[in-house]
Write a protein that binds this ligand. Structure first.
Ligand code: ADP
Ligand code: MG
Length: 252
């Protein structure tokens, strides 16, 4: 894939819930190797947009194109198998399993092309998978905690665990929904450092965030949503000075 290749193309997507236009006329391009942030006040439509991209919500009109192929209408697991990996917002760890087992589940699923729960039943500690899981746990700063039960982790460590569960799938497009939501400043900064490290590897990412500090630290490009519409799109410098953006945040 060339450097300027478009990994994700959202093409004129509309989605209403009853009378509420959650997304109107959404057009978006995410380029290979970039970190693209989607920001906007609560209720702007950010999570809905992400859910459209991963196949959990069908748009009323419009299409999502991943790596040149239309993925609209595919099942979430099919989109996941193509390498579109989403984490956060809805915690999806297995609370009763250990940290290591939690990361082994998606690693199995990735290797076998099987659905997560089927893979879970076959958790038998195969060495390769275990080593890969251990690698990603160390990578996110959870090395040495492998045998803790996931439910016992702090909020910050649960986020790290979810990141490892995403990374073990080798995402071709990594979608993060509010990675620092509910975190202390200390945990937020640690998460930014981790995301910076991932960014340096050239992984293509979409980050949904309401924390401006996080966005301006990480994003190559920012799309601003308000009330289901794109009100600004550009580099962090372009977006920062945009009066419409300031208005949406102050009024939101
Ligand atoms: P954000 O993530 O930017 O905070 P959402 O995408 O979650 O916003 O929501 C956008 C709007 O769509 C909100 O007004 C929300 O209440 C509404 N909404 C989201 N999901 C549903 C749903 N499944 N049914 C009805 N309304 C929804
Ligand atoms: Mg949301």
């Amino acid at each position: 894939m060339s450097k300027d290749a478009t990994v994700l193309h959202v093409d004129d997507v509309h989605k209403s819930f009853g009378g509420l236009a959650a997304l109107s006329e959404i057009n978006l391009e995410v380029k290979a190797g970039t970190t693209h942030a989607i920001i906007g006040p609560n209720g702007a439509g950010k999570s809905t947009l992400l859910n459209v991209c991963i196949g959990r919500i069908a748009p009323d009109t419009g299409a999502v194109v991943f790596d040149g192929s239309v993925i609209t209408g595919k099942q979430p697991y099919e989109i996941n198998q193509l390498g579109v990996v989403r984490v956060f917002q809805t915690p999806e760890i297995f609370p009763d399993l250990t940290i290591l087992q939690n990361v082994m589940v998606p690693a199995f699923a990735k290797r076998d092309g099987a659905f997560r729960l089927n893979a879970m039943q076959r958790l038998s500690g195969q060495r390769e998978i275990r080593e890969e899981a251990e690698h990603w746990l160390a990578d996110v700063g959870l090395g040495g905690k492998n045998d803790l039960v996931a439910a016992s982790l702090s909020r910050g460590d649960k986020r790290r665990l979810e990141l490892a569960m995403g990374l073990v799938q080798h995402p071709r497009l990594f979608l993060l929904d509010e990675p620092t939501a509910g975190m202390s400043r200390h945990d937020t900064n640690a998460t930014i450092d981790l995301l910076m490290k991932i960014k340096e590897r050239g992984m293509t990412k979409v980050i949904i965030e309401h924390d401006m500090h996080v966005v301006f630290s990480l994003a190559d490009r920012i799309t601003v949503l308000a009330q289901g519409q794109i009100i600004a799109d550009g580099t962090p410098e372009e977006v920062r000075g945009n009066p419409k953006v300031q208005e949406a945040y102050l009024g939101g």
